[in-house]
Design a protein around this ligand. Structure first.
Ligand code: NIG
Ligand code: FE
Length: 420
């Protein structure tokens, strides 16, 4: 967008009135909420019959309709019958990819497992081949389309990973596409460097050499160009082991890249403990979580991020969300949008899966995709609740009567408008 268009929106005021319920409101005199954990996840603050004033891209003020001041605005929205809540913060995606993998979908239905497909050179390696053959503009166009789609479903901030390049050139291509998306779309986007997503065929017999390549040749360039915010690794049996993950995370920290890792999807691999040990911002997937993992998380600031869309699509066990919440921990939900294990970034559908399969209540699930999603991207000061001074990044719903209607009405889009 040319600069003068941004400048024009700078002086814009939008007044939304007659909002049936304004959810996740925070009083600006209170200490800011940076994440919500344990039993607190069951409660969502709200104002019934409310107004909300947005100015210059930020939340200016809000309250109950009887307190509406006499203000002039450039745009007026009558939200009668509609609800307002903070936009979704999707903290784990791989939306920059070249091509779908619907052929492997068929193979899996016929009984070949995700891990077997990967061992045979399909899976992530299949995606890497396609991505390395594709030019940057085409990759950008497809990714932008997917990003616009998820924004229509209410996503207002997103994390995107590299990891389908698996060589310096390919990883840089992906990270540059992420940077272009950031410039084009204007919602907060965080980038994670995930060269440790799978071993390229040429390194199958010499895994240490690939770790060296990542640490000695890729990381310095990626960090030097400021292309990544976080360091990721697929810590899993058959992918990157504990020692390899530790080397990678230590190297990332040297460049100021906080860890944000894939852990415990397919096995009790020790990934959660490694993430906690290295002060990971989040550990993601967590299908395999028991007492030891919960104990480790309790003594940390690491956010447990559950990706039930991937469990759904792979037909594997779901994450034990109830045990994690009942242990007093926060839970974040994210889409994992990627061509292999979860070809969807649809957060409303994810909310339904979280309620029906993980037995999270609608309130818990909403916290998990708003403020806890923001926390898992270090955006909690800007996003995730309705608080004066935060970004005007909000969802105006279709006409509906309750928060529970969003996950209840599964398969349909509750979003009437994403305002940002
Ligand atoms: O989070 N688990 C590793 N990475 C992705 C899947 C990537 C792929 O299959 O392309 C995930 O599920
Ligand atoms: Fe993932």
């Amino acid at each position: 967008m040319p600069p003068h268009i941004n400048a024009a929106t700078l002086y814009m005021r939008t007044l939304i009135t007659n909002i049936s319920h304004l959810f996740q409101t925070e009083d600006h005199n209170d200490t800011p909420i940076l994440k919500v954990a344990g039993s607190a996840m069951a409660e969502i603050s709200s104002i019934t019959n409310a107004w909300l004033l947005l100015q210059d891209g930020y939340i200016h003020s809000f309250g109950a309709m009887p307190t509406l001041p006499d203000v002039h605005a450039d745009e007026y929205i009558d939200a009668t019958g509609r609800m307002v809540l903070p936009a979704w913060c999707d903290s784990h995606t791989h939306i920059v990819f070249a091509a779908p993998r619907d052929g492997e979908f068929r193979d899996r239905i016929l009984g070949i497992s995700y891990e077997e497909i990967a061992r045979k050179g399909g899976g992530i390696l299949n995606s890497a081949k396609r991505l390395n053959e594709m030019d940057e503009d085409e990759l950008y166009d497809g990714s932008l389309q997917r990003l616009y789609n998820v924004m229509q479903q209410g996503t207002g901030a997103i994390e995107i990973k590299s990891g389908y390049g698996l060589c310096l050139e390919g990883e840089l291509k992906m990270l540059r596409v992420i940077r272009r998306l950031k410039e084009q779309v204007g919602i907060p986007i965080k980038a994670s460097f995930l060269a440790a997503h799978a071993y390229p065929m040429a390194y199958k017999e010499n895994k240490a050499a690939y770790i060296d390549l990542i640490i000695d040749e890729m990381l310095p360039v990626v960090a030097g160009e400021g292309l990544a915010d976080y360091m990721d690794a697929f810590c899993e049996q058959g992918f990157f082991g504990i020692e390899e993950t530790e080397r990678l995370l230590e190297a990332g920290w040297k460049y100021g890249l906080k860890p944000k890792i894939h852990a415990n999807q397919l096995h009790y691999s020790g990934g959660v403990q490694v993430g906690v040990k290295h002060n990971a911002l989040s550990v993601d997937h967590l299908e395999c979580v028991g007492d030891a993992e919960i104990e480790a998380l309790k003594h940390s600031n690491t956010m447990p991020v559950l990706l039930p869309g991937a469990a759904y699509f792979l037909g594997i066990q779901y994450q034990p969300a109830r045990r994690i919440i009942d242990a007093g921990l926060p839970v974040c939900l994210a889409s994992d949008y990627n061509p292999g294990s979860c070809p969807s970034g649809n957060i409303p559908l994810l909310l339904s899966i979280a309620c029906t399969q993980l037995k999270m209540t609608p309130e818990e699930a909403i916290h998990a995709v708003t403020i806890n999603g923001a926390a898992a991207m270090e955006l909690a000061n800007d996003m995730g609740t309705i608080r004066v001074g935060k970004k005007a990044s909000i969802i105006l719903t279709h006409k509906m009567s309750s928060l529970a209607y969003i996950p209840y009405d599964y398969g349909n889009n509750p979003v009437y408008k994403l305002i940002r």
